[in-house]
Design a protein around this ligand. Structure first.
Ligand SMILES: [Mg+2]
Length: 391
């Protein structure tokens, strides 16, 4: 019988070149606060946690976490790892519940659940490696020949540059595009005008037949969203993402009930319980959990089943292997997000430098290999010199 012998956590810090931050690069939840300074500070992250779940016969399952990696590492090292050592990885359901209930007083949402997610991903990768099967084969098999992906970047920048970026993706064969806004409630009518110019510029390049998603990254509020939505309708967006902060569930529900633009969200929500609440409140029309935050594969597959009953599709945040496997395995996950490989800017890009094995999109689709066991990623040695182990 396989047992978990150890759980090893390592925080990698990117020390390679970075694109310097630009003001109004993207709306974010700190915009509303007083003061100036670097408004993008909390938005950028240049560290990533790798969580290795090691079996007694030496197999290594790889999990990961991107949110506050040093603190997540502490949560795993001090509280979570002892709960899974000497246990059978195939008892994943029991192990999830064990970690959840032992940390319930402080771990339900946020860092505690990110730590549980990192271990759970490691457990699923390990199970796949022991069974010699890809994770999607273990959770629902193949529901689609390939996974359509939408390209997700298009941050605020001069109009011509934004259009050039959109054109590049169009030429690469993408048919779905997500862009960001630069201005929010503090920027008044002038900001609304500039936001609309951005959307108009991208729509102009991608035409009417392609899909356009809009992302506010928690940077607006209910009043501002209600004011700008009527002006956005003519651009026919597929969704408006995170217009308000994740705790403003009533705000989400009110915007979704307008029936003007479907509201998307969930990358900052946690567990089955969090999503059950959002679904009951009719707060979102698209679910965007990230399995390296929401509670791993174990939580993700339950949310997929739950959301299907509510007719709400799940389009996980960020693409990346831990999410692609969930998307491949479920009919209620029609497509996925894809962050294009780029110079390191916000931090989303780090995944591609830290891990190898991510599929490359072709004409707006990615595929998963039936023959690669587990999640299919390993530490990328090519960029090793650009990372420093900080803990
Ligand atoms: Mg987002």
């Amino acid at each position: 019988m396989n047992k978990i012998k150890d759980v090893k956590t390592t925080v990698y810090k990117w020390t390679g070149p970075v694109v310097p931050p630009a003001q109004n690069f993207c709306t974010n939840p700190t915009d509303i606060l007083k003061g100036s300074g670097d408004k993008m500070k909390s938005f950028r992250f240049h560290k990533w946690l790798v969580c290795e779940v090691i079996s007694d016969d030496g197999k290594i399952g790889i999990g990961n976490a991107a949110l506050a990696p040093e603190v997540t590492k502490k949560a795993i090292d001090c509280y979570l790892k002892d709960l899974v050592i000497n246990e059978n990885p195939f008892d994943y359901e029991y192990l999830w519940e064990k970690m959840y209930r032992h940390t319930l007083a402080w771990g339900r949402k946020g860092i505690g659940m990110v730590g549980i997610s990192a271990i759970d991903l490691g457990i699923w990768d390990l199970m796949g490696k022991i069974k010699n099967k890809p994770v999607f084969e273990l959770i629902g098999k193949r529901t689609k020949d390939k996974i359509p992906v939408y390209v997700s970047k298009l941050y605020n920048q001069p109009i011509k540059d934004l259009q050039n970026e959109a054109e590049k993706y169009l030429n690469e064969g993408f048919k779905m595009f997500k862009m960001r806004f630069g201005w929010g409630p503090k920027d008044g009518e002038e900001g609304i005008k500039k936001n609309l110019e951005l959307v108009n510029a991208v729509r102009e390049v991608i035409g009417d037949k392609n899909e356009l998603m809009l992302e506010a990254y928690m940077g607006w509020n209910l009043e501002y969203s209600k004011k700008i939505i009527p002006h956005l309708i003519k651009f026919n967006p597929k969704w408006l993402e995170e217009p308000v902060i994740p705790d403003d569930i009533k705000g989400y529900s009110e915007l979704n009930a307008l029936g003007k633009i479907p509201i998307a969200g969930g990358e900052h929500e946690f567990t089955y319980y969090g999503f059950e609440n959002l679904l009951e409140m009719k707060a979102i029309s698209y679910i965007q959990y990230d399995s390296n935050r929401v509670g791993g594969i174990t939580a993700g597959k339950k949310i997929n089943d739950l959301a299907e009953k509510y007719n709400v599709p799940v389009i996980p945040h960020a693409g990346q292997m831990h999410n692609y496997h969930l998307t491949m395995s479920h009919n209620n996950c029609p497509f996925s997000e894809y962050f294009p490989v780029n110079k390191v800017e916000i931090g989303n890009e780090l995944f591609y430098y830290l891990f190898e094995g991510e599929p490359k999109p072709k004409n707006g689709f990615i595929d998963l290999d039936n023959k690669i066991p587990g999640l299919g990623i390993s530490i990328n040695k090519k960029f090793k010199s650009n990372f420093k182990v900080v803990e």
